[in-house]
Design a protein around this ligand. Structure first.
Ligand code: GLY
Ligand code: MN
Ligand code: MN
Length: 508
């Protein structure tokens, strides 16, 4: 707290107006808010550990990123709260010149304190400090770094187990929900970082569309996308890039990205950059030959219409289920028109002989949610998940239709004979057509803003594909010199020239 003014002075990018940063004050504000919501006792969030295997990239835990913006491995942040008194301490690796030859400069406690505005101590003092606090008050609020899907055997679990062994009767409460609630409303700086991730990702998709032609391999397009992310200063791909052509366009999380593409295939690209730790999440679906076939166009238009319906519905104050319903209705009507389902509300027998169950026929082709929050995680919490879209929301809208070649073999025969016979011609006609269109939106008091304006109407997509590849753009010195989420050392500045957030001209 005391050093926060100093630490802002140490962030030269701010003075240069080089775009959003999460300032030391913003981190301090987050910690102060969390402290008021936590019970008395001890709160801990651990940073990610050094990669176990040498030379793998290091990614900070989201809790550490969110509450301190500290980027080195093996850190820990502790709050000791007693009534109005809240003492935060950051524990960090020591400076170690011999080790730094191999793994780069470390802050050490003094520089870490200056950078973050936190009281900082060495990592070796973390457990003794924690033990001394817990001996007096054996109550711990803990923020775990949960991998998506809830990995239960990670370093946090081992840490807690060891702590429980040392402190019989230790009471541990989960602080993730408190932090998740805070993360679900983004600050202006966070929204700006998301838009920069989106701007870089847009360039990557457009460049992929220009380059795409029959005979290329999916990995060439993947390489071009990820090159473009880094070329403009993105940290990395925000998630495994999905570059799925032909049958692979119908596989939701395909990421082998190694098939040779043919004229007549569709290519579904779901790929985006992370920038300053914040993710974008864009999907476009392109015809490999540069022109959609009539069948591809039929399906594509239904998906695009569904997305447009969702966009028209997505306003401040709208509950997400209404947005989702708007898209689902368009998809259901479209699938009926194409002969892929019997009616918008038709069901099929999806259970077993012992436990018969009905599922909607729509779910044979559209089996995922309409969208999700984006932020530090590509699937980030958003206020829309609990209440409604509001200022500070950032989310994706991503309807899709996936006609798998094997669909008729996947539908259980029992009880579905008539359905299978009726839809078989359409399934054959549209086989291997997988279409998803995914865009990102940020919300301020002024309303919802579309931030991923890559071509997406049929004619726009075909026109984009006729353009020549642009290649690397000349660096704009005005935009150079901006840093990651927390940089105190100008020598660490990355010279990527991130395209500025572009105002989209949404047709919604
Ligand atoms: N790229 C992951 C998703 O669209 O949710
Ligand atoms: Mn998504
Ligand atoms: Mn996606």
């Amino acid at each position: 707290m005391r050093a926060s003014v100093l630490s802002v002075l140490l962030v030269p990018a701010l003075a240069a107006g080089a775009g959003a940063q999460i300032t030391a004050q913003e981190y301090e504000q987050r910690r102060a808010t969390l402290a008021t919501r936590l019970p008395d006792g001890v709160f801990v969030v651990r940073g990610a550990e050094s990669p176990v295997v040498d030379y793998l990239p290091f990614y900070q835990s989201i809790g550490m990123q969110y509450l301190a913006g500290y980027r080195e491995p093996d850190a820990a942040l502790v709050l000791h709260k007693q009534g109005p008194s809240a003492t935060w301490t950051l524990f960090v690796q020591p400076k170690n010149p011999a080790q730094e030859v191999w793994s780069g400069r470390r802050y050490g406690a003094d520089s870490a304190a200056k950078a973050t505005g936190l009281r900082a101590r060495l990592r070796a003092d973390f457990e003794p400090y924690l033990d001394s606090l817990l001996r007096i008050t054996p109550r711990l609020s803990f923020h775990a770094d949960l991998a998506e899907g809830g990995d239960t055997l990670n370093g946090d679990d081992r840490f807690l187990e060891a702590l429980r062994r040392r402190h019989a009767g230790l009471e541990v409460t989960d602080a993730n929900r408190l932090v998740t609630t805070m993360r679900s409303k983004k600050s202006p700086a966070e929204l700006d970082l998301i838009q920069r991730a989106a701007a870089i990702s847009m360039e990557a998709h457009a460049e992929a569309a220009r380059a795409l032609e029959p005979g290329m391999n999916e990995f060439e397009i993947q390489a071009l996308l990820e090159y473009t992310f880094r070329r403009y200063g993105g940290d990395r791909a925000a998630y495994a890039s999905i570059v799925g052509s032909g049958p692979n366009s119908t596989v939701l999380h395909y990421n082998r990205d190694d098939r040779y593409m043919k004229a007549g295939d569709l290519l579904l690209i779901d790929a985006a950059a992370s920038f300053g730790g914040y993710a974008a999440d864009i999907t476009r679906t392109f015809p490999v030959s540069g022109r959609f076939t009539p069948e591809q166009r039929d399906v594509y238009q239904v998906v695009r219409d569904a997305q447009a319906a969702a966009e028209r519905t997505a306003k401040i104050g709208t509950p997400w289920r209404e947005v989702s319903r708007a898209a689902s209705q368009v998809i259901a009507e479209g699938l009926t028109r194409l002969g892929l389902i019997e009616s918008p509300t038709a069901t099929y027998q999806c259970g077993t002989a012992q436990t018969p169950r009905q599922c909607s026929q729509v779910s044979l082709y559209y089996m995922h949610g309409l969208g999700h929050g984006i932020g530090l995680a590509v699937h980030d919490p958003d206020q829309k998940d609990r209440e409604a879209i509001g200022p500070g929301s950032a989310y994706s809208i991503e309807p899709g239709i996936y006609v798998r070649n094997e669909l008729l073999d996947i539908i259980p025969k029992a009880g579905n004979e008539a359905l299978i016979a009726r839809i078989a011609p359409a399934v054959r006609k549209y086989a291997n057509v997988g279409v998803r269109i995914e865009d990102n939106y940020v919300v301020t008091e002024d309303g919802v803003k579309w931030v991923t304006c890559v071509a997406r109407e049929v004619d726009e997509v075909e026109a984009l594909m006729r353009e020549p590849v642009k290649g690397p753009q000349v660096r704009d010195a005005e935009r150079v010199g901006w840093y990651g989420a927390l940089v105190v050392d100008p020598a660490a500045a990355r010279p990527g020239a991130a395209p500025p957030p572009r105002a989209c001209n949404p047709r919604m």
